[in-house]
Write a protein that binds this ligand. Structure first.
Ligand code: NCD
Length: 338
């Protein structure tokens, strides 16, 4: 892909060479994300950050990434606060808002909505999650994290053994991650979920076609035993017909320190796209894992900033100019990115 001026709607747009290019730019962003240096390379540019579904880290890290490149952020949140609630179409909304922005990041509960919006937009649109479909930037930051964690263990993404656990049916982060990982060689996928929440056929077919191994199981303990990465997910209760229906699955698959110690190989990495459901009856990823050094969840969220900065820089065609307007910061800072 060329990146410049392109929409990012699906991970299917990416080849391995595109990922390498993106991650090389992301690494150049570390001093800026670390607040060691500032750059004004996107000075005057406006991000339309449009989130019509709940979000904490995706919305804020996209905004933060844009700010760190020197741009301004305009936020639109909630359908009821926008004219979509008055019956305005995606087409009209996109024509209007793309006149006010240089790029748009959008999340919406309906599958395909961001693609439809992008079709009418006059500026590039990044999909920050469209219903249960895809979440490309999350998968990219997850892959960046996986690569980094594996490097620290003298391993590669090729040959990775990953256990994907929880709501694999509605989890858009998992859908995009599976597809991205399938670009690598010889991945062993262990898919652990209740039967009704298993990974959609489309992804199973794609993974198999690309020559990877898949094992499906409902047994957490056996499934996590031979994994380099455990990727936990939350029951996507907002996608179920009713709360009662979602409640049937809450708390079924829970990882805590004692299960980890008993069943996992030493140094197995624990990931989660977050938010983890920390209410007593859910706890898919128990807080007693917080001090476990293999818990990578906050490294994932930090990595989201540099990966999103890199996406912006490539789409807006400033990746080679970051250093031109760069200078050291002059305030006290002890932040440290890995
Ligand atoms: C995920 C999402 O919105 O799909 N969150 C995120 O963006 N990090 C996962 C989730 O909500 O469970």
């Amino acid at each position: 892909m060329k990146f410049v001026g392109e929409h990012i709607l699906s991970v299917s747009q990416f080849a391995r060479s595109d990922i390498d290019r993106l991650f090389a730019v992301a690494e150049k962003m570390i001093p800026y994300a670390n607040r060691k240096k500032v750059t004004r390379v996107l000075e005057g540019a406006i991000l339309g950050n449009m989130f019509f579904e709940a979000s904490t880290r995706t919305r804020v890290s996209f905004g933060c990434a844009w700010n760190l490149l020197g741009g301004e952020v305009r936020e639109t949140t909630e359908i009821k606060a926008s004219s979509l609630s008055k019956g305005e179409s995606f087409y009209d909304t996109a024509r209007v808002l793309s006149g006010y922005s240089d790029i748009i990041v959008m999340r919406h509960g309906q599958e395909g909505s961001v693609g439809e919006f992008a079709g009418a937009s006059r500026v590039p649109v990044i999909n920050a999650g469209d219903g249960a479909n895809e979440h490309p930037s999350q998968a990219l930051l997850d892959l960046y994290t996986i690569r980094q964690e594996m490097l620290g263990r003298r391993k590669k993404v090729d040959g990775l053994r990953i256990a994907l656990i929880g709501d694999l049916r509605f989890g858009r982060a998992v859908h995009s991650l599976c597809e991205l990982l399938s670009l690598y060689e010889n991945i062993q996928f262990t898919l652990i979920s209740p039967k009704d929440l298993s990974l959609p056929e489309k992804y199973l077919t794609l993974i198999k076609e690309r020559g990877h191994q898949i094992e499906e199981s409902e047994d957490l303990h056996a499934g996590i035993a031979k994994s380099d990465i455990i990727y936990m997910t939350r029951t996507q209760e907002e996608r179920f017909a009713s709360q009662d229906e979602a409640n049937k699955y809450r708390g079924l698959l829970r990882l805590n320190q004692s299960i980890y110690t008993e069943f996992c190989e030493p140094n197995t990495v624990i990931m989660h796209p977050l938010p983890r459901d920390s209410r007593g009856e859910a706890q898919e990823l128990d807080e007693d894992l917080n001090e476990n050094p293999n818990l990578a969840i906050f490294r994932q969220t930090d990595n989201g900033v540099v990966v999103r900065m890199a996406l912006f820089a490539l789409i807006l065609d400033v990746a080679e100019q970051i250093e031109v307007s760069s200078r050291d910061v002059n305030w006290y800072t002890e932040r440290r990115f890995n």
